[in-house]
Design a protein around this ligand. Structure first.
Ligand code: DQA
Length: 158
């Protein structure tokens, strides 16, 4: 059965946000809890769902361990998306391909890290994503994802 017209209109006018998570983030909960805490990726998705509901965003939440798949999804954001939140995980520090793909986008991109890579090993100090992101949020735990959605809300309504 089709949804009522008013509801269809609302869904069509909602901002669409792509939330991407890179390698090993599917292991949150068991992965280095002293650094990343004990929340799982499902907990992050729930947090994002709740925040999206409050902000009237329609979100598409994904995770991949594969660089090319993340590149494909970033390219997909060229069509019909209003903003991107990305935690590129280890690819932050290695991926020119993800840098180049993000450079294609004309919509705001928020880079998120659960930990603060600047306070960790030297190999985490450089981000290939920061220069093509609108803003970077790091070291705020999983709350950083909520802050990223709020930041997008401000940017998209200004
Ligand atoms: C991370 C930080 C990266 O250095 C690391 O490789 C990750 C997670 C974070 O969310 O703190 O996998 O992006």
């Amino acid at each position: 059965m089709q949804q009522p017209k008013a509801q269809r209109k609302k869904i069509n006018s909602m901002k669409r946000i792509l939330i991407l998570n890179g390698p090993n983030l599917n292991m949150l909960g068991q992965r280095e809890p002293e650094i990343y805490g004990t929340h799982t990726l499902d907990d992050i998705e729930t947090l994002c769902d709740q925040k999206a509901k409050a902000l009237d965003f329609k979100i598409d939440f994904r995770q991949s361990n594969h660089e090319g798949e993340l590149v494909d999804w970033i390219q997909m954001a060229l069509k019909g998306y209003d903003g991107v939140v990305i935690n590129p995980a280890a690819y932050t520090h290695t991926s020119v391909a993800i840098h180049d793909a993000l450079k294609l986008l004309k919509i705001p991109v928020i880079e998120v890290h659960i930990s603060d890579p600047a306070k960790r090993e030297a190999f985490r100090h450089h981000s290939y994503v920061a220069s093509v992101a609108t803003q970077t949020i790091a070291g705020k735990g999983i709350a950083g994802y909520g802050e990223a959605l709020e930041t997008l809300n401000k940017l998209l309504n200004s």
